[in-house]
Design a protein around this ligand. Structure first.
Ligand code: ADP
Ligand code: MG
Length: 616
């Protein structure tokens, strides 16, 4: 693999709730997870603004209760998305900070900083967290850190990936590679090197984090990674577990003290912080005490919880996770007995009950959990960073491959999707197809780029379009090249070229284009299956219409060449024109004809006429 850069590079797991940074230590021959100034291995993905200062990480999270409107978190849920995106609209309701629509429908976060209103784009907020992770690494390594491998969820589309790279750039980091989180975790465990044979290895990655739950089925063959299926719940994680505990204790407080604290945000926030701490303790201890002085109206809160009770109040939530595991395997069409490795990722998968349920589901299989789950992604990213670095020899060589989540192509005449890069193609990839103009003397073609699995282009997701112009006067069928290139970060550029004139045009599908979420991708793939029959019918009709159009064109051309009266008698002439008119109406969908027999009969009629014209 080509080495990409010189000098030190770190791996950064930029999480929704917590971020983590790690580095490959050449002299120690191992990965080091770098702790922050508080001594913690993970740092809250949180930025706060006050009258005096800007805070990032633990400091920002710690003051959130007293400064909710100016404490920004969850920027990962916004990155690379439009303001009008349904997901943004829904999430917005849950945030205490303000999000408004900016230029090009980009979300803008509004805070008060040093007494003045400040508008921030999402990349800026993420860049502050990346910058903090960079500082943490620099303090530990005692040297500048310029390069980083940053991880993103497997389902992030290219707009989200590109925005993440931009956030790195704003933080002064050169993002040498974006890799997906489950892939990073598998790399951390060196699962690609466990393969003794050339056989494909199936890896199940279970990631239960702070606010999100993602599972993925990866396959590794010849050291190449493929994401075969993903599933999850974008609003399920450690924070929901904290909330269950909060609810439980609010009830208890009410029972004991006859007062309800549920309407008091400050008391709730303090209780939530205590619950998160207690929850972490319960992953190693079997009982925990919770003490908060003067929680409400001067009343102290003093209570405890056993691990058994904790498991009981969260069981429903844990069971939901297991159902998602099952769904992912079904989607990937893989039996659980065929899964070679199960990898634990995300802080919440430290919970013993979660591990137990998952292990039982996989019939007692040993889980990969020797690396702390909330550090595994950064760990793998650090290994990948070392692999891409010059002068590091010890890391075993591996090739990293991701795939295109949906097919990519352009729209042809008649709303037909022409696939240039099929779904699940390993990236980076570059493919060129030759297309033809449809009209004589056509001076330009509009190229619409779509992603999706449906036969009809308009049933897919439009990514963008551009025009290739300046064709020289040419007959219909004049060729031009269309090239799709997706780079290793999943960013797509599409170009078109008329080889005869050298005219070119291109677009890069970037931030402000409509892209899809994981759920939407999943839905589109399922829909394509459901509509297979209908799509086949549509394609048959579209193809016949195209052939009809070709025949009409050829007949008209032949008629121009010959003196029609010398070949045909009056009746024949009338018959021919009537056939051409009928065919034209069919092509133009004038009479809403849906019976394929009518199309095919008409095509046969025209073909035999054309045959006659050609032989005379
Ligand atoms: P993200 O989802 O942002 O990637 P993490 O994977 O670091 O973040 O997960 C953070 C979540 O993990 C938080 O809700 C935190 O409370 C939880 N967590 C961290 N350590 C433990 C632990 N020992 N036991 C239970 N939950 C934990
Ligand atoms: Mg994570």
């Amino acid at each position: 693999m080509a080495k990409k850069y010189k000098g030190c590079a770190v791996g950064i797991d930029l999480g929704t709730t917590y971020s983590c940074v790690a580095v490959w230590q050449e002299h120690l021959n191992r990965v080091e997870i770098i702790h922050n100034d508080q001594g913690n291995n993970t740092t809250p993905s949180c930025v706060a603004f006050t009258v005096h200062e800007r805070m990032i990480g633990d400091a920002a999270k710690n003051q959130a209760a007293t400064n909710p409107e100016n404490t920004v978190f969850d920027s990962k849920r916004l990155i690379g998305r439009k303001y009008s995106d349904d997901i943004v609209q829904k999430d917005k309701m849950l945030w205490p900070f303000k999000v408004i629509a900016g230029a090009n429908d980009k979300p803008v976060i509004v805070v008060k900083y040093k007494g003045e209103e400040k508008q921030l784009c999402v990349e800026e907020v993420s860049s502050m967290i990346l910058g903090k992770m960079r500082e943490i690494a620099e303090a530990f390594l005692e040297k500048p850190v310029k390069n980083a491998v940053v991880t993103v969820p497997a389902y992030f589309n290219d707009s989200q990936r590109k925005a993440t790279i931009d956030a790195g750039a704003i933080a002064g980091l050169n993002v040498v590679r974006i890799i997906s989180e489950p892939t990073a975790a598998a790399i951390a465990y060196g699962l690609d090197r466990r393969n003794s044979s050339v056989e494909e290895r199936n890896i199940f990655v279970f990631d239960l984090g702070g606010g999100t739950f993602d599972v993925s089925l990866l396959t590794i063959q010849d050291k190449n990674y493929h994401v075969k299926a993903t599933a999850g719940n974008s609003h399920l994680g450690g924070e929901d577990i904290d909330n269950k505990m909060v609810k439980y204790f609010v009830k208890e407080f009410k029972r004991k003290n006859k007062v309800d604290i549920s309407g008091n945000p400050r008391a709730l926030r303090r209780l939530r912080t205590a619950c998160e701490r207690a929850k972490r303790t319960l992953s190693s201890a079997i009982t925990v005490t919770v003490e908060i002085d003067a929680l409400f109206e001067g009343i102290d809160f003093y209570s405890s919880m056993t691990r058994a009770r904790f498991e009981e109040i969260n069981l429903e939530l844990f069971e939901e996770c297991m159902e998602t595991v099952e769904r992912c395997l079904t989607d990937a069409e893989i039996e659980k007995s065929s899964v070679h490795d199960v990898v634990l990722v995300g802080g919440s998968s430290r919970i013993p009950k979660v591990q137990k349920l998952l292990q039982d589901f996989f019939n007692g299989k040993d889980l990969c959990k020797s690396i702390n789950p909330d550090e595994a992604v950064a760990y793998g990213a650090a290994v990948q960073a070392a692999l891409l670095s010059e002068g590091i020899k010890n890391v075993p060589n591996l090739v990293l491959l991701d795939v295109t989540p949906l097919s990519l192509g352009i729209e042809l005449e008649g709303d037909v999707m022409s696939v240039v890069i099929p779904r699940n193609t390993t990236i980076p990839v570059k493919r060129t197809e030759v297309y033809n103009t449809v009209d004589d003397n056509q001076s330009a073609v509009d190229i619409s780029v779509y992603e999706g699995e449906r036969t009809r282009a308009s049933d897919n997701n439009l990514l963008g379009f551009f025009t290739l112009s300046g064709f020289s006067r040419a007959l219909r069928g004049h060729p031009f090249d269309v090239t799709f290139a997706m780079d290793e970060n999943g960013i797509l550029s599409v170009s078109a070229e008329d080889k005869t004139t050298g005219n070119k045009n291109k677009i890069t599908i970037s931030n402000n284009k409509d892209r899809l979420s994981a759920g939407e991708i999943e839905r589109m793939i399922q829909e394509a299956d459901i509509y297979k029959v209908e799509d086949k019918k549509f394609l048959r009709k579209a193809k016949t219409k195209n052939d009809l159009d070709d025949c009409i064109y050829e007949i008209r051309k032949a008629l121009k060449k010959h003196d029609i009266n010398s070949i045909l008698c009056r009746e024949e002439k009338e018959e021919m024109w009537s056939a051409i008119n009928r065919a034209t109406d069919l092509v133009d969908e004038k009479n809403e004809q849906d019976d394929m027999v009518v199309f095919e009969d008409c095509l046969n009629e025209l073909r035999s006429m054309l045959e006659r014209l050609k032989t005379t």
